[in-house]
Design a protein around this ligand. Structure first.
Ligand code: 13P
Ligand code: SF4
Length: 312
């Protein structure tokens, strides 16, 4: 039996579901039951009837799945698969920062720890952030954390003035504006598409900005033949599958590399996923009080997203 067959067998035996983010390696995306962005994955986690959730993504995503399913077994193939953006917002420092804004609503990007989620009024993802912010009146005082690039983008689009925590994703923030300009000059027929975790200068040049799902949908339905893709390389797998006739150029992070991989997402491998399913570990576990408090703003996000027609 090869490893894919072994995983399929374990899936049946353990009544497991494999949820994978678009940034996972192609072989993991290919065996997953669902591949999606953070919003799609949270929604799938909220409605699964499986006993075991195998989360092929990073820690905060698996944690979200556990918060939504306290009674289920949630495993992450590599426990070291963290997130620089979530790490850029430590709960103690953030708690101190928040004391300056006692009359503000806290909207947190899902890329944060469960402790930050317990402090939040509402969670958002890159797939629903603009609409969720706009569901508040214009004069609502809002703190947005942890991504200052996404927060700045929302401020510009919605005309708000949300207070921003100074956090970034090391993968998107490093994307070089020089490389974007060079690629745009070399390929004037290509459209630039970017994830909102990129710097403002990159977003300002983009023809389309959106979550990984939105970027994929755009390249699948738009009639351009060539795209400069300013996000993590993993998304190219589905883009190429959906549009084999189109070409996709990755924005490099520096002169020495022609890729743009998230070092945390790429820690998961098919072998580690198989072992996690076999051994029921590494398992995500959280204190019960954290689960109860962190669940409220996540449930609120899912309910609002449903109401606004952002998910079905
Ligand atoms: P989305 O999944 O919302 O597109 O965000 C990408 C990301 O960086 C996840 O860590
Ligand atoms: Fe975190 Fe950035 Fe990796 Fe996404 S791409 S998991 S935000 S470090």
């Amino acid at each position: 039996m090869n490893i894919v067959e072994k995983i399929q067998n374990l899936k049946k035996e353990k009544n497991a579901i494999i949820l994978a983010h678009f940034y996972q390696v192609p072989e993991i995306q290919d065996i997953a039951d669902f591949v999606g962005d953070s919003l799609g994955l949270a929604q799938q986690a909220s409605k699964t009837s499986a006993d075991m959730i195998v989360f092929a993504g990073v820690h905060f995503m698996a944690e979200t799945a556990k918060i939504l399913n306290p009674e289920k077994l949630v495993v992450l193939p590599d426990m070291e698969a963290g997130c620089s953006l979530a790490d850029s917002c430590p709960a103690d420092k953030f708690g101190e920062f928040l004391k300056q804004y006692p009359d503000h609503t806290l909207i947190s990007y899902i890329n944060c720890s469960s402790e930050i989620k317990t402090m939040s009024d509402l969670i958002c993802t890159s797939g629903n952030a603009i609409q969720l912010v706009e569901s508040f009146s214009k004069d609502e005082k809002i703190v947005f954390a942890p991504d200052k690039n996404l927060g700045g983008y929302i401020n510009r689009i919605t005309g708000r003035n949300m207070v921003l925590w100074d956090g970034t994703c090391e993968v998107h923030d490093i994307l070089s504006i020089e490389a974007v300009i060079k690629l745009k000059t070399q390929h004037p027929d290509a459209k630039l598409i970017a994830h909102p975790e990129c710097k403002a200068q990159v977003l300002e040049l983009a023809d389309f900005v959106g979550s990984t799902t939105a970027l994929l949908q755009f390249t699948s339905t738009d009639d351009t033949q060539k795209y400069i893709v300013a996000t993590e390389t993993g998304i190219l797998h589905k883009m190429k599958q959906n549009s084999p006739e189109k070409s996709f150029l990755v924005v490099p992070s520096d002169e020495t590399c022609s890729c743009n991989d998230c070092p945390y997402m790429k820690l998961n491998t098919l072998e580690k996923l198989y072992l996690a399913m076999l051994n029921d570990k590494p398992e995500i576990s959280l204190p019960a009080d954290i689960i109860v408090k962190a669940r409220k703003p996540i449930d609120k996000m899912l309910q609002l997203s449903l109401k606004l027609g952002l998910i079905k």
